[in-house]
Design a protein around this ligand. Structure first.
Ligand code: F6P
Length: 544
């Protein structure tokens, strides 16, 4: 039996022995529980005391991490070893935010110089757009920038642009991702071709959604301003420089990155160009510095003080030992409204895998379903299920102590109170006796109170973690994203899977390519299953 299997068996036994662990009792019996089960990184606090864990749980989880070679694998990633084995690639998004000047070499190349060169080119371009010295074909400054990309070439910049709205002093930013023509049509409706700049963002420059939207945008500029105007209204971000040239975008408007940057880890690269245009190169640097601070923390802190490690161990505990199928991420911050969608790709595309690094079926569950919405909105939508539904879904609350609107402090007070109240309610719950007593205290007769009280019982004992920091500024957003990136890495290491490939997105793409001529009526549906053929026929009838 391997050391890992032994450690996993011990963890599972521990869970079985503590199945009746009660958080309310734990808080009653352990005055130091919050201190013991929380960790700080400067102002950033991770409170995991409202999870059903003990010191022994963490000893067992640490044993497991050691048996999985977590620290060695972490070091291998930072050193640029080819840990993405199925694509034979290094995983070096951390090099994009390394300001230490330390040499990072890959295949004999000094990559930190390449990274700096692209950052400098991005800064020149974005300052030109922001300051108005870079103009459209008719000599007008750009008022609007449309990023065309999807997945990692969209979600990160779109999430960060909204998150950093208080720092946004550049032109307006728009994001078009969906191949649904409604997306680009609705976006372009309010825009003027003369003052609109498009950034075509695609690592591969082959993604059908992005290429289709880019061609539509090119047609829109051409129709309004003529073919010769197109060059002045387009820039591109890609690793496939030959394909960008073939599309017709000038090489001085192309910002490259590298195959060692995964799509969902790419917002630190030139894919972050729209963020830089929105907030300026100095604030973009602060965003990178925040991520770098977490990289350094992740590399050196002991496991029990290491925030990404702790978050990963808790995630693994909930998913594998407790068998919870999902986790909800609830930022109490309207400007983090796109964070759950961003984390869905980061987490689910990374850890939604069913074979280990060597291709054998995994022996444990892997990545959970990740979902969420900002609080307090979620409270009025799905929190009912979190509190009284039959599944336990651990919740991750994210909260800034301070907002950006000092004149609206009372709003922020309410936001904070609601966030803290929800984690307290999940943990504490309300017993039948408490529910009955409350109804009677309100003047209800005993018989009716007995009827209604069961509906008002909250089982409680439901786990949550809370991440609190001072304020959502560029530095802190960088920290938050890097924290989640490394947590995904920690969990992947424990699952024994490759977090950096995404073969699961391929089959659907291949079948869509096959089905396009069928949908267009140029090919028969014969040979396809009856459901697909029937759906094709029904759509065709409705489109006649
Ligand atoms: O379909 C999945 C995916 O490959 C993601 O991993 C990636 O972020 C996205 O598509 C977009 O890819 P690209 O940047 O190459 O257009």
């Amino acid at each position: 039996m391997s050391a890992f299997t032994t450690a996993l068996d011990a963890l599972r036994r521990h869970r079985e022995e503590h199945r009746d662990f009660d958080l309310r009792e734990a808080f009653r019996d352990e005055p130091a529980r919050f201190e013991r089960f929380s960790a700080r990184f400067d102002d950033m606090l991770l409170d995991y005391s409202k999870c059903a864990v003990t010191e022994e749980t963490f000893l067992l989880l640490e044993n497991l991490a050691t048996a999985a070679g977590l620290e060695e694998r972490r070091d291998a990633m930072f050193e640029g070893r080819r840990i993405n084995v199925t694509e034979d690639r290094a995983v070096l998004h951390t090099a994009l935010r390394s300001s230490s000047g330390a040499s990072i070499r890959l295949d004999g190349q000094e990559i930190s110089r390449d990274v700096e060169a692209v950052l400098a080119a991005m800064a020149r371009f974005s300052e030109g757009v922001r300051g108005g010295s870079l103009e459209g074909a008719t000599g007008k400054a750009f008022t609007d920038v449309v990023n065309i990309g999807i997945g990692g070439s969209d979600l990160g910049p779109a999430m960060a642009t909204l998150a950093l709205a208080p720092y946004h002093d550049g032109p307006r930013l728009h994001y078009v991702s969906n191949v649904d023509g409604a997306h680009i049509a609705d976006t372009l409706k309010g825009l003027a071709p003369e003052t609109t700049l498009f950034i075509v963002a695609s690592k591969t420059f082959t993604t059908i959604e992005t290429m289709t939207n880019a061609e539509t945008a090119r047609g829109w500029v051409k129709e309004a301003l003529g073919a010769e105007a197109v060059g002045a209204h387009f820039a591109a971000v890609s690793t496939a420089l030959d394909k960008v040239a073939a599309f017709g975008i000038d090489s001085d408007r192309v910002f490259g990155f590298w195959d060692w940057v995964g799509g969902r880890y790419s917002l630190w690269s030139a894919i972050g160009l729209p963020i830089m245009i929105a907030i300026g190169s100095e604030d973009f640097r602060r965003f990178l510095q925040g991520a770098e601070a977490v990289d350094n923390h992740f590399r050196v802190e002991p496991l029990r003080q290491n925030l990404p490690v702790l978050l990963g161990l808790i995630g693994y505990w909930h998913r594998v030992a407790c068998a919870y199928p999902a986790r909800a991420v609830i930022p109490y911050d309207q400007r983090l409204a796109r964070l759950p969608a961003y984390l869905q790709q980061l987490d689910m595309e990374s850890n939604g895998k069913r074979v280990t690094l060597d291709g054998a079926p995994v022996q444990t569950p892997t990545g959970p379903l990740v979902w969420g919405e900002p609080g307090t909105n979620g409270q009025h939508a799905f929190f009912q299920l979190l509190h009284q539904g039959t599944d336990v879904i651990p919740v991750e609350f994210i909260l800034a102590a301070n907002g950006h609107e000092p004149a609206l402090k009372h709003h922020h007070d309410l936001l904070v109170a609601n966030c803290l109240a929800q984690s307290e309610a999940l943990m504490r719950g309300r017993t039948l006796e408490e529910a009955t007593a409350q109804l009677i205290a309100r003047g209800m007769d005993e018989a009716r109170a007995a009827e209604l009280a069961p509906h008002r019982v909250f089982p409680g004992n439901r786990p949550s973690v809370t991440i609190v920091y001072d304020k959502l500024d560029p530095f802190t957003l960088g920290r938050l994203i890097a924290l989640y990136e490394h947590r995904v890495f920690v969990e992947a290491t424990l699952y024994g899977i490759n977090a950096f490939d995404q073969w699961g997105v391929e089959l659907g793409k291949e079948l869509a390519t096959e089905l396009l001529p069928v949908v267009q009526g140029d090919k028969e549906a014969s040979g396809r299953d009856a459901s697909t053929a029937g759906l094709v026929a029904h759509v065709a009838r409705l489109r006649k």
